[in-house]
Design a protein around this ligand. Sequence first.
Ligand code: ADP
Length: 265
Amino acid sequence: RNSNFLINRSDLQLGDVIGHGEFGDVHCGIYKSKKVAVKMLKNGMASDLLNEAKVMIDLRHPHLVELLGVVLDDSREVYMFTEFMANGNLVDYLRSRGRHHVERTQLIRFSLDVAEGMAYMERQHVVHRDLAARNILLDENFVAKISDFGLAQLIAQPVNESVRGKFPIKWTAPEALRQSIFTSKSDCWSFGILLWEIFSFGRIPYPRIPIQDVIRHIESGYRMEPPEGCPLQISHLMTDTWSLQPSDRPTFAEIVNKLKRFSGY
Ligand code: ADP
C-alpha cells in the first residue's frame, strides 16, 4: 500500500505559502486537479517528516486530515501532501472570531469532531502526543480534523531520542512529562486542555503560570478554572481528563458518548 503514496514531483503543482510549520513552509498545491496542502522539508528533518507520513498512511477517518501522497524526488527533496483545509487551524479561527461570533453549539461540534477522531486513534492504538487547538484544522464546511502526526506513534514503541523533550509542556500529561509514558490517557489529558482552548476562544492555557512552574502546580493539585461561560458538562469533562491517575481519566469512546448526549447529536 505504501507504494501508492509515492508520487512523481511532476504530478504535483506547487502554489503559494499558506503556513509555517516546524519542518518548513506549508504551501497550497494541486494534485490531480484537487487542491492540497504541501509540507516541505527543512534540511535534516527527513526522518521526522517520513515518520509523520508513515503514521498517517494507515489512518483514515472523517476527522483526521488525510495524507494523499509523498514526493521523494531525485534532488533529495521531500514533500508530503494532505487534503486542503480551507479554514485553517482552529486556534487562529477562534481567536479571530471571538466569543460574539462563534456559537456554543459550534464549539461543542468542534469538540465532538476531535473526540471522534481521537476515539478512532485509540482503537488503532496510535498515540498522537501533540493534541492542541493549533493542530486541529477546519475544512470548507468547518468540519474539524486532527492534523500534525509528527510526534504520533504506535503505543508499543518507546519514545525515540529525536522527539524527546519536544513536547508542549502545557498540553502534556504529568506522567508523560516525568516518565515519558505516552498513552491514549495522556492524549486524554491534552484533549482536556484543548477543550479549555476551545471554550476560551483560543487563549493560551495557564495564562499566569510560567512554563517551568506548570508541572509543580499540577502535581500539588492546581487545575485551571473553566473558561467564562463554559457549560457545566464541559467543565466536568475537563476535570475528568485532568485526573492525576491516568486510569481515572475517561476513554475517548466515553468522551464521545458524553459529548453526544450533551449536544443531542
Ligand atoms: P508543523 O507540524 O510543521 O508545525 P503544521 O502542520 O502545524 O506544521 O502546519 C502549519 C500551518 O500551516 C497550520 O497551522 C495551518 O495554518 C497550515 N496548514 C497545515 N496543513 C494544512 C492543510 N492541510 N490545509 C490548510 N492549511 C494547512
